[in-house]
Design a protein around this ligand. Structure first.
Ligand code: CA
Length: 220
């Protein structure tokens, strides 16, 4: 005991949630609606969202980039962590998914903080750099197609300020990253990103075993 991260089994995860998850009816409703969708499993867990909320609060984030908005759950929670004049540039290509999110953003009164960009995220990110927004953002959340994970990371590193935070989702990929017999493109792309970020001296890092694994990288 003490040297390894605890296994959250045998009711321990339920205990953790029972004394730490501060849920909200609207967030719960969106989670449940998303769970019913074909790709509902892509949604981040409620405790991970709360962790990200806290991270944004800790760094006083005002400007955030989200890559992979899906049905808008993480954008909803992150927007609530931002001040009234805060802004999330939310990147996705699936309007049917983001339309779900929009309804909830409006109900929560945070829609004015979320600027949806329906285009391939690499195009949106390149445009932000071109428009002179480098080092203007406080944080980024990367949670989209895994083949581009490293490209998204590079753009985000450019767009956030020194001291800003990049959060990369799915870095443990259901455990696949540690299984040598699994060598599909997504798993390999995640492994490559993990190795790269590990050796990247431009950032301070921690890989947090929350949800499906979340890397925190703070720009030096
Ligand atoms: Ca994810």
């Amino acid at each position: 005991m003490g040297k390894n991260t605890l296994n959250l089994n045998g009711g321990l995860y339920e205990y953790l949630l029972s004394v730490s998850l501060r849920d909200d009816p609207l967030q719960k409703k969106l989670r449940e609606a998303t769970d019913k969708l074909e790709w509902g499993i892509m949604q981040i867990s409620a405790d991970q969202a709360q962790f990200m909320f806290l991270m944004l609060k800790l760094i006083n984030a005002r400007q955030v980039i989200e890559i992979g908005t899906f049905t808008g759950y993480s954008a909803l929670v992150m927007a609530r962590a931002l001040p009234e004049d805060g802004r999330i540039i939310a990147c996705d290509i699936h309007e049917d998914w983001t339309n779900t999110g929009k309804q909830y953003w409006e109900q929560a009164g945070v829609a004015h903080k979320i600027e949806l960009r329906l285009a391939p995220a690499l195009e949106t990110l390149a445009q932000l750099v071109k428009d002179g927004h480098s080092a203007r953002f406080d944080a980024a959340f990367i949670d989209a197609d895994k083949g581009n994970m490293l490209n998204y990371y590079e753009y985000c590193l450019k767009l956030i300020r020194p001291g800003g935070l990049i959060m990369i989702d799915n870095v443990l990929w259901g455990g696949s990253v540690a299984d040598r017999n699994i060598n599909d493109d997504d798993t390999n792309a995640i492994r490559a990103t993990n190795r790269f970020v590990y050796q990247d001296e431009r950032v301070d890092i921690s890989m947090v075993p929350v949800g499906d694994g979340l890397t925190l990288a703070r720009k030096r």
